[in-house]
Design a protein around this ligand. Sequence first.
Ligand code: TRP
Length: 447
Amino acid sequence: MNTRVLTGITTSGTPHLGNYAGAIRPAIQASAQPGVDAFFFLADYHALIKTDDSARVARSRLELAATWLAAGLDPERVTFYRQSDIPEIPELCWLLTCVTPKGLMNRAHAYKASVDQNTAKGVDPDDGISMGLFSYPVLMAADILLFNAHKVPVGRDQIQHLEMARDIAQRFNHLYGSDYFVLPEVVIAEEVATLPGLDGRKMSKSYNNTIPLFEGGAAALRTAVMRIVTDSRQPGEPKDAENAHLYMLYRAFASAKEAGDFRAALESGMGWGDAKQALCELLERDLAGMRARYMELMAKPERIEDILLAGAEKARKIAVPFIARLREAVGLRRLGTAKAAGASAKKTASRAARFVSFRDEAGSFRFRLLAADGEELLISVPYADPKEAGAVMRRLQSEPVSLRAQGMAYVALLDETPVAHGPDCGEAARQEAALARTRAALDTFAG
Ligand code: TRP
């Protein structure tokens, strides 16, 4: 099976350079690779979480569709659709909502940030927070899981949402006793993951520091570039290129050689004015052709509408049969077809211990061994490579593992190397019991 790559873009604004370099460009590049089935969609339900300005949502859907098409997306090759044209997405969202622990959502950065802001302002912690915002990660999980995407290219700020999608998928799989969902992996374009804006902070509409992509034409692009904040070093003075966000912007559009030359020129005294001029030229080289296509598309919205509806039809060829299977799994079945097998599968599953992989705060890959009731029995050491974490996890399932007490905690060793730790049990009796439960859990995987 081909690798499914899926990404969505929220239709609440006009695309800027950061959206292009951080999301659109890498996604389109990935979609052109052999062995890849790409799914790109306009996350217009997500837009409703951010704004109640209907004109802005409507306009943004059009602009974003035109942008992706102008940027080289081939709707014949890629499945390109609007979220709101796929009724199976909100349907799956509900199925997932019902297996998502509220505590998991309480920990979402976006929600927590809003609560913190309210607390700082001294107003009610939930002031202005809709259920849409609170449940945002579940809708996003539905977007991804409905198409069983393997890889999801997103910005850094979305890593936590991907972890949540994996958690939710694992929970659903576990509860309903089968691998319904693929566990999606996040893909971050390391070089250009988040582009800095005019003031050096992350380029974002909310900071009002964006460089427009196509809107306003070459003139608007130039005006924005001229407003990029630099330090006060004069022409002739060496610049600190590495810490100049102007250089980071340049690098995102240049070849390695061009970036190196530009950097060297700054370090040997190129003036900021000349540097901005060079950045303008570089951007025009990439964007001028696309901008012309964009303007053409914007003039023919019906053409875009047809493309999107055809995309939705293609997407629903997958979504409709899959949601039928999921409805079956949760018990929303045709009357008279009660399935004994389904019920017993669930029982077996809920009695079983399980491994759950995740990405920790530092970005490393780890896994936990959980008892049937969810108690944490082991947490792995961090791994830089997800494949390595996966390999160790499989070894724990298939090879003899030694468990050894360590203080009031314990460790699991493979070839005498500690690969995972148990919690501190506080007292010997509890430690002994935990060791026994861990041994029993590991035994369920053997054979
Ligand atoms: N939340 C994403 C963002 O703000 C957009 C999005 C919605 C998305 N659903 C998605 C991205 C599914 C990837 C996959 O950038």
